[in-house]
Design a protein around this ligand. Sequence first.
Ligand SMILES: Nc1ncnc2c1ncn2[C@@H]1O[C@H](COP(=O)(O)OP(=O)(O)OP(=O)(O)O)[C@@H](O)[C@H]1O
Ligand SMILES: [Mg+2]
Length: 402
Amino acid sequence: MIEARDLTKVYGLPERRALPVLREAGTGSRRVAVEEAGGFLAADGVTFGLGRGEFFVIMGLSGSGKSTVLRMINRLVEPTSGSLHIDGTDVVGMKPDELRTLRNRTISMVFQHFALFPHRTIRQNAAYGLHVRGVAAKERLERADSALQRVGLGKRGDAYPHELSGGMKQRVGLARAFATDAPILLMDEPFSALDPLIRRDMQDLLLQLQNDDQRTIVFVTHDLNEAMRLGDHIMMMKDGSVVQTGTGPEIISSPADDYVRDFVTDVDRSRVLPAESIMRAPLLTARRDESPAAVLARLEGGEANGVYVLDAGDRILGVARDGAVAKAVHDGRPDLTECIVDEYHSVPRHTPIVEFCHLAGRHTVPVAVVDGDGRLLGVVPRAAILSALASPAVNQAPSRER
Ligand SMILES: Nc1ncnc2c1ncn2[C@@H]1O[C@H](COP(=O)(O)OP(=O)(O)OP(=O)(O)O)[C@@H](O)[C@H]1O
Ligand SMILES: [Mg+2]
């Protein structure tokens, strides 16, 4: 959907001077060369790609070039060199009218300080993006109302911005972006000015809107916790360059350098690591129609006190504890049917650790991680939780894509 290759931005020098400087810098520091020539290299060979429906986060300290990269996507900032394609169309080569269409139809942008018009109602403000897109007045207001409904401001359409709190104003900004049908949303630190609780609410709201709409989002933040909560992939920038791109768990488990490691230290792992990123393959499982004696032998060999019993499709039927299996052997039962009890906890694969860590150790079997159909994907023993939360850098690649 969006393919950026070697995007580079030099501020303060005309292109005809910047390009030779970049070329001649050769293997030396392009940044230094540009500064010696009187310019500033804000983005240096930035390459990334994202697919339709992806939530992509650009993350880095102040001045690392995040906004510059974001704004090159709709050419609010003109790239000095490099290429950019959206849906296969070359954006850098677009003529003014094509660029206008791109900005008005394909891309919707949300800024940190949503510029709400003080003398227009909330409804009119939410309808603004549609106005620009030439949607008829009646439809504009209907769509604005439904977007306001989605952000929880359905009853406030007639209010004016000064009557709303900061968090509510940000909601109007989201409503404005989501009222349009732009497939791409660019968001530059939209929640940075909010206090932490409201910020979390807004993140949840955005995730919910995104879940329903599946737009392609590029989101800038300097908060790694926020990046981890929201992003499918995160691109870490430093001094205009990309230092690492990966999923949240990938970045946490193997930070590329000290710069990234510093961010990672501040992350609340329990909130950002999903169950699937720390699960292990189950040591033992059993089928309902197995002989209790065979299962008991495996339980002894594996030094376990219980085992997940699965159906033919790997869905969890329940748990058989060693005592019950021994009794079934003693009673001469043909299979495990009578041993199966409901004593386990299962969580969907994306569940953050914080939501299930208190369940670890409650049962004879570890917490189960299941897919949407209830199939067993893996288990999370208590030790896995402890080591994930404790270690600064577990050098273990997550087993699956999110
Ligand atoms: N128009 C400009 N002219 C000259 N330098 C600029 C211009 N815009 C940005 N810069 C410089 O480029 C660098 C990158 O800026 P950019 O706004 O992309 O950073 P950022 O990562 O978004 O930072 P922040 O988190 O503070 O928003 C900064 O050092 C900034 O001072
Ligand atoms: Mg910025």
